[in-house]
Design a binder for this molecule. Structure first.
Ligand SMILES: [Mn+2]
Length: 390
């Protein structure tokens, strides 16, 4: 049987303010095409389907489109709520949708009840165990473990429920099994676009928690990766959601489970509607140098190394890089000025000396005669103002 493992769609997310929905829909279309060309039985979406608890109308429309298209292409769909999703909203009318072949689970009360897909290869059926994201403060009460506060303990309890059902079905050999989980599993590599699951305590779950399942479809980490012996994998997000992902290859896992539950997973890549580029140099270099021509159609993060940030820098950069979205100014001087405290550095200096120091500090060169004269005049008029109070 064939399973297509994807996650972290984050429908409705923007990229530093730029809308991404068209790119997300292109990823959906590519997944639909894969379902058709590879004869996929079930598409598994391992959480963070929406980017936020209250998705926009456009994002809801995109999910409706995705579910209908995947189903029309011949696959069942099984999804779970991630830490970005509202479990209640995502799980809306689940039993009714499930009758139509689409199960998006948010309700923790359903943990241990699989979505069973009958085989068409003569082998045993496939039981998919969706385990929605377990937020400890909610999950410990819903799972009847009020003292459990760690992600590890709660996920193990949830998986134990799934194992009880699995054993009742005759266990390995009688059924092929997949767990769908949204969690941070020990050994996983994170990047800048995942929201941390636990501020303070550890959110890590040990890989040994997943013993007994033929395949574990993980969501949460946005880089595609393989854990342990390869039965547990992250599909990663279909698109890059931060510049830290510019070396990622985005895609999904096309997983084949044979009659005995043996797994073969093939990486399938998704289209890259717009690449990411980081460009660094002076403003003039960025605007003129041919070295940056490749970055013109990309999402661009610009690092400006001029001593002084040019006015309207971002707007002017966009004349060449229309998709420039972030800019940092990194002047070639040390603004920290050693370890001297501010009070020590300014001690015994006149106002004019302080102002001249400031100019040198910010521009990297001492004030010239004209600038010095301007400062002297400005200070004289400020002093006159302070004296006569007018
Ligand atoms: Mn995510």
């Amino acid at each position: 049987m064939k399973l297509l493992h994807t996650s972290d769609w984050h429908l409705g997310r923007t990229f530093h303010g730029a809308p991404l929905l068209d790119h997300q829909l292109a990823a959906v279309d590519a997944l639909v095409e894969l379902v058709r060309s590879a004869g996929v039985d079930v598409v598994v979406v391992a959480g963070d389907i929406y980017d936020r608890q209250l998705p926009s109308g456009d994002a809801v429309e995109a999910l409706s489109y995705a579910l209908c298209e995947l189903r029309a292409a011949g696959a069942r769909v099984v999804g779970i709520a991630g830490n970005h999703d509202s479990a209640v909203r995502l799980g809306f009318a689940e039993p009714v949708l499930a009758a139509g072949g689409v199960s998006i689970r948010g309700d923790l009360g359903t943990i241990g009840t699989p979505v069973v897909i009958e085989a068409d290869d003569g082998g045993p059926p496939l039981a998919v165990y969706p385990i929605p994201y377990l937020e400890p403060e909610v999950a410990r009460h819903r799972l009847g473990l009020p003292d459990a506060r760690s992600h590890d303990r709660l996920l193990r309890a949830a998986l134990a429920r799934a194992r009880v059902d699995l054993a009742a079905r005759g266990g390995p050999g009688a059924v092929r099994s997949v767990a769908v989980v949204h969690a941070f599993v020990a050994g996983g590599q994170s990047c800048d676009s995942e929201r941390v699951l636990s501020v303070g305590g550890s959110a890590e779950v040990g890989l040994d928690a997943f013993e007994g399942f033929d395949y574990v479809a993980l969501g949460h980490l946005h880089g595609r990766q393989v854990l342990g012996d390869g039965r547990a994998r992250y599909s990663g997000s279909p698109l890059a959601y931060s510049f830290s992902e510019r070396s990622h290859v985005k895609g999904a896992w096309l997983v084949s489970l044979d009659g005995s539950g043996r797994v073969e997973a093939e990486a399938v890549d998704l289209p890259v509607p717009r690449r990411l580029a980081v460009v660094e140099g002076t403003f003039d270099e960025l605007l003129a140098s041919r070295a940056f021509a490749d970055a013109e159609p990309c999402w661009v993060h610009a690092v400006l190394t001029d001593a002084v940030l040019p006015p309207e820098a971002m707007a002017r950069l966009r004349a060449r890089f229309p998709h420039a979205v972030t800019l940092v100014h990194r002047p070639p001087i040390d603004l920290t000025d050693g370890r001297m405290r501010y009070a020590e550095r300014v001690q015994g200096k006149s106002d004019l000396e302080l102002a001249l120091d400031f100019v040198a500090h910010v521009t990297g060169t001492p004030a010239d005669d004209a600038e010095r004269a301007d400062l002297v005049a400005a200070m004289a008029s400020a002093a006159a103002f302070a004296e006569d109070g007018s």
